[in-house]
Design a protein around this ligand. Structure first.
Ligand code: GDP
Ligand code: GDP
Length: 437
């Protein structure tokens, strides 16, 4: 089920990313943060009073060919209006109201989306007077916050949660594997969907201005049912309005939310981009299974080592996704396209795999016997029992004497042992440590 999206908009330096990271810290998470994923993140899953939502820092989304602040802000605002359920507009009490703020407010006001106005850098209650001038924006009551000092954030979060759309739960079609095709514009998403379907179901064209919508297509092969989610929709408008190109980022995040298996398409010529890393990181953290598809392999001059070298490069760029199989193919010549559905099926099965508790505990016991946990602060970690309460992704809970002394590297070791024993190719694992009360 897709979570509601909350977008943060505002001029550079008003404190958007500080606010973003503040709210991130409130997140209670036992799963470790992965270096490279958390850096420069543009999205974050947040939870407040049992309401889950995805927060997006529009300032972190690369908007090409816009160096002017105002242009870039306008784009951010439009993007937020189009894709988010709630928009948080951040302004700066220290610099006061600017004309750029006013212009963005006009755009936001015309949108039929809840807008919350946060006046940041109100570092002490006596500064609250400085929020009054922001009433002039006509966006309702300004909320005084200090992202740096974590002041006023609770009230702001209350308002965000109150403005979220009411939850709508969609019944899952259990046996159908949902596959999202993710990647930059022109990487070949639609071509691959078409190649799989074996007919021109989605219009692929080089002609600028061709408009397409994102399309879900049912597809059956060898007794398995799939829904193919093509995120390419509407990008062709980009020629007229550049930032639409970037809407594809949020569209991608939404598609990832809905998917079981994510096909991360990489252009064989261009390699892994920053945007690819961010979206792959999102898929990883969201617990989706992933396959890295290197498309346009026909364009690469190859010798006997090319595939190996290319795989190594991808492995180092997407370090947190070592589990994802890499498939080199060409949607154009259809080379290895016939491998896609069986690999998706395989990975989906791994993603949904449940292991027997007795076997699981045996594997962990053996792992501990070979390599006992190092002592931390003079205390020795004991793992009493391990269980797998969930799938998609496979989730394991380790009951231990003291959760505090479970070291990150030891958890990584246990994950490797689980993978050695059971495979789990293509899927992240979620490891939870529970101490005795
Ligand atoms: P962004 O460009 O909007 O993402 O802004 P940043 O989060 O990078 O913050 C810009 C600057 O404002 C940094 O130097 C922050 O330390 C500072 N800043 C952020 N929040 C506050 C705050 O609540 N009070 C004060 N005094 N400074 C802040
Ligand atoms: P999307 O924006 O990701 O859906 O990309 P498209 O499927 O529309 O493809 C963009 C362009 O790349 C089109 O001109 C395709 O013909 C071309 N293309 C797609 N796959 C391949 C491939 O495997 N090899 C080559 N050489 N071109 C490809």
């Amino acid at each position: 089920m897709s979570k509601p999206i909350v977008a943060i908009v505002g001029r550079p330096n008003v404190g958007k990313s500080t606010l973003f990271n503040r709210i991130a810290q409130k997140r209670v998470s036992i799963v470790e943060d992965i270096p490279g994923v958390t850096r420069d993140r543009i999205y974050m899953d947040a939870e407040w009073l049992n309401h889950e939502f995805t927060m997006i820092d529009t300032g972190g989304i690369e908007i090409e060919s816009t160096d002017k602040i105002l242009t870039s802000m306008r784009h951010q605002a439009k993007l937020a209006i189009k894709e988010a359920d709630v928009v948080v507009f951040v302004v700066d009490a220290k610099t006061g109201l600017t004309s750029a703020d006013e212009e963005v407010a006009v755009i936001l006001k015309n949108a039929r989306k809840p807008i919350l106005l946060a006046v940041n850098k109100v570092d002490s209650p006596k500064d609250e007077l400085e929020t009054f001038e922001f009433y002039n924006l006509g966006l309702g009551e300004p909320y005084a916050i200090s992202a740096a000092n974590a002041l006023g954030l609770g009230d702001l979060l209350d308002q965000i949660v109150a403005a979220l759309p009411k939850e709508t739960s969609v019944a899952d079609e259990t046996d159908t594997i949902k596959v999202a095709f993710i990647g930059r514009p022109n990487v070949g998403k639609s071509s691959l969907v078409n190649a799989l379907l074996g007919e021109e179901r989605v219009i692929v064209s080089d002609i600028p201005g061709t408009t397409r919508d994102a399309i879900d297509t049912h597809y059956s092969k060898d007794g398995s049912d799939f829904i193919l989610i093509d995120t390419a929709g509407m990008r062709r408008k980009a020629r007229i309005d550049q930032p639409v190109e970037r809407y594809s980022v949020i569209r991608s995040l939404r598609a990832v939310d809905r998917a079981d298996v994510v096909l991360m398409l990489i252009d064989a010529v261009d390699g892994v981009t920053e945007q690819d890393k961010k979206i792959a990181g999102y898929a990883h953290e969201a617990g989706r299974a992933s396959i890295i598809v290197v498309n346009k392999w026909d364009l690469v001059e190859k010798d006997s080592k090319t595939t190996l070298r290319y795989t190594e490069t991808i492995r180092s760029e997407l370090g947190f996704m070592q589990y994802a199989p890499v498939l080199f193919l060409s949607a154009l010549t259809r080379q290895r396209v016939n491998r896609v559905s069986e690999l998706v099926k395989f990975v989906a099965d791994q993603h949904a795999m449940r292991v027997a508790t007795s076997v699981l505990n045996q594997v962990i016991e053996d792992a501990v016997a070979i390599n006992p946990p190092p002592s931390e602060r003079g205390r020795k970690l004991k793992i009493f029992y391990t269980t797998q309460p969930g799938v998609k992704p496979p989730t394991f809970v380790f009951f231990v004497n003291d959760a505090e002394i479970m070291h990150f590297s030891y958890l990584r070791y246990l994950e490797n042992k689980l993978r050695e024993a059971f495979g789990f190719e293509g899927t992240p694992l979620k490891l939870v440590v529970r101490g005795r009360k």
